[in-house]
Design a protein. Structure first.
Length: 338
């Protein structure tokens, strides 16, 4: 009895599951489908085109599946089912051509978009793009503005309606630069530089992250992509150039350690003493300098212990102060006894 209704039960369960998936996803933030820039809009269109194709294929396949179940059900009498039939050249050609046509139909708009996104957005092509070097380090993002002489950590400020040319690289592990609502993603690798044009059409703070697995700390390798009004962006540039400290090589070396840090701003860039797009060994050399194991087996171990030994000088200073305080207390106690 169960076998008789098993096919219908499978179809029913599938439809119920699809219904609940749609219902529970309506309240979620589908930020990929809410782009705030021309690059994200192009990518959204490609995603929706793929979804439409998948829905059409699903409808056709499930439609034929339902027809076959009904037409060739075991309870039907005088069926024209021919179990000994095999080898239909016509059907072989049909189900070979259909996937080929689908791939061609998807390839054409994807190829056009690929070449279109290699250049600055057409709407603002008359503006010179702002060049920003984005460097991934376990587990932080470093942004360098070579023309403005500014460097930020874990956030990047840009003006709205202005093309931005990101030169993406990495100091250690291969990372993936991604701002879902603005566009992306593109890989950053040591010793290489990949260009990515982005643009924000609306002021706001958008979530950016490394979407590539680079160890347990990668979940915290996030940054804020902040789009500002043109005048506010210019004010921020002037303020950073005047009031923020210079980035020293000693400070930058500590940024190479595999740990998370807070947001930082400097009035100079690391490009003055290292270019990770050309020097792929810099971060490893710095970690060896601090006594960290750079082998595959020791990397995670050192990443866990780096906070204890090198937390941006903070813990060392605290330990020094505590030990000094204990010595003073001991001396005071000894003098009282004497």
């Amino acid at each position: 009895m169960f076998n008789k209704f098993k096919p219908y039960l499978i179809v029913l369960i599938s439809l119920i599951s699809l219904f609940f998936i749609i219902i529970f996803s309506t309240d979620s933030e589908l930020i990929l489908l809410d782009p705030k820039g021309p690059v994200g809009a192009v990518q959204k269109d490609l995603i929706m085109l793929s979804i439409y194709y998948m829905i059409a294929i699903m409808v056709v396949v499930l439609g034929f599946f339902t027809i076959i179940l009904f037409k060739y059900r075991s309870s039907k009498k005088n069926s024209d089912y021919k179990p000994d039939m095999h080898g239909s050249t016509f059907l072989e050609i049909i189900w070979t051509l259909i996937p080929v046509l689908i791939v061609i139909a998807l390839s054409i708009p994807n190829t056009k978009a690929l070449y279109e996104l290699r250049e600055a957005p057409k709407a603002t092509a008359h503006k010179d793009p702002i060049v920003i070097h984005a460097t991934a380090v376990d587990w932080k993002w470093i942004f360098s503005y070579p023309e403005e002489g500014i460097e930020t950590v874990n956030y990047v400020n840009v003006p709205e309606d202005h093309p931005i040319l990101f030169k993406v690289t990495a100091a250690d592990s291969m990372a993936s630069f991604w701002v879902p609502q603005i566009g992306g993603q593109i890989y950053g690798m040591p010793g290489m530089v990949n260009d990515l044009y982005l643009q924000a059409d609306e002021p706001g703070t958008y979530d950016g992250r490394n979407s590539n697995f680079t160890g347990e700390g990668m979940t915290h390798q996030t940054f804020d992509f902040v789009a500002l009004k043109e005048d506010k962006y210019e004010d921020w540039v002037k303020d950073a150039q005047s009031n923020e400290p210079k980035l020293t090589e000693e400070t930058y070396e500590k940024l190479m350690l595999p740990e998370t840090v807070d947001k930082m701003t400097f009035s100079s860039t690391h490009l003055a003493f290292v270019d990770h797009g050309k020097n792929s060994e810099y971060a490893m050399a710095i970690r060896q300098k601090f006594g960290l194991d750079t082998t595959v087996g020791g990397a995670d171990k050192d990443a866990m212990s780096s906070h204890e030994h090198m937390d941006m000088e903070g813990h060392e200073d605290m330990d020094h102060d505590d030990s000094k305080k204990k010595e003073d207390d001991h001396e005071d106690h000894g003098s009282h006894e004497h």
